[in-house]
Design a protein around this ligand. Sequence first.
Ligand code: SF4
Ligand code: F3S
Length: 86
Amino acid sequence: TYVINEPCIATKDTSCVEVCPVDCIHPAPDEPGFEEHDQLYIDPEECIDCDACVEACPVDAITPEDMVPPEWQRFIAINAGYYQRT
Ligand code: SF4
Ligand code: F3S
């Protein structure tokens, strides 16, 4: 899967959504708990690792999961956690 990292927060360009062939990138819900992570999220179950979103993002927020830089490691769980909540 791919992961959306810190530069997306408050930027939310959404170019990634337009290029994703499986439509697996979704915005944060407008509800408590997401104030600090007002970004978009990639569904790890749906992402087909096509790489299209990486080039589309103007702030280079997206990386493959195994290439997330050390300072952004927490975003792996943040992305996955969004889809695991009930
Ligand atoms: Fe969508 Fe491809 Fe990006 Fe996965 S890698 S989120 S399938 S555009
Ligand atoms: Fe965020 Fe970049 Fe997509 S800023 S919404 S990951 S194009």
